[in-house]
Design a protein around this ligand. Structure first.
Ligand code: TMP
Length: 212
């Protein structure tokens, strides 16, 4: 099973992924947790370029192609082999991030981005996606506090430094994109505490694991 997590900055994706990993371990399910950008060796170099504050002069098209390059490498080297070994693969962000950030956020055409994603993922689409949804104001505050705490405000802070307006477009974009893919994308309210949020995720994952 291939599961992805999506959402704006500061929705608590990492916490929820950690809780899901504990749950899968209890159930004896082999799994692999990975992320975008940066899930492969080449991807880690791309991640640095993509998220560093120094890259503020990047054009939307360059940004797009670097994310797609990261994804193509990630699918070929990490995701597809793990799925072939029967693992549950969990990716912190995947193809929907490109449609939403580069599309709804930066103004590139979402349908074209979906087609480019098809080239990058080469048939390896997630079985399900959890979209953690939160107000951009609270998400951004959480994300900026975390980056400062972890000393990553420069190294990984390029998107947190975008305007609130940008993050509002991204949040709305996610909800629009989810409404177009209701079978795959499950919207989960990320405002309550972590345990309550995880209960919703666990229900979705149990249903997926019970499928033949
Ligand atoms: P994160 O590791 O904190 O989630 O940061 C990754 C950032 O990259 C996040 O702000 C969203 C952005 N992003 C895109 O703009 N397009 C993409 O395709 C992906 C995977 C991430």
């Amino acid at each position: 099973m291939f599961l992805t997590f999506e959402g704006i900055e500061g929705t608590g994706k990492s916490t929820q992924i950690r809780m899901l990993v504990n749950y899968l371990e209890q159930r004896g399910k082999e799994h692999l947790v990975t992320l975008e950008p940066g899930g492969s060796r080449i991807g880690r170099e791309l991640r640095r370029m993509l998220l560093h504050l120094e890259s503020r002069d990047i054009t939307p098209e360059t940004e797009l192609f670097l994310y797609l390059a990261d994804r193509a490498q990630h699918v070929a080297q990490v995701i597809r082999p793990a799925l072939a070994r029967g693992k549950v693969v969990i990716s912190d962000r995947f193809a929907d991030s490109t449609v939403v950030y580069q599309g709804y956020g930066r103004g590139l055409e979402p349908r074209l981005l979906h087609q480019l994603n098809e080239v990058a993922v080469a048939g390896c689409w997630p079985h399900a996606t959890i979209l953690l949804d939160i107000e951009p104001e609270s998400g951004l505050n959480r994300a900026m506090a975390r980056n400062l705490r972890e000393g990553k405000a420069v190294e990984e802070g390029r998107f947190e430094a975008e305007s609130l307006e940008f993050h509002r477009r991204v949040r709305e974009g996610y909800l629009t994109w989810a409404s177009l893919h209701q079978q795959r994308i499950h919207v989960v309210d990320a405002a309550p505490g972590p345990d309550e949020v995880f209960e919703s995720i666990r229900t979705i994952v149990d249903r997926l694991l019970a499928r033949p």
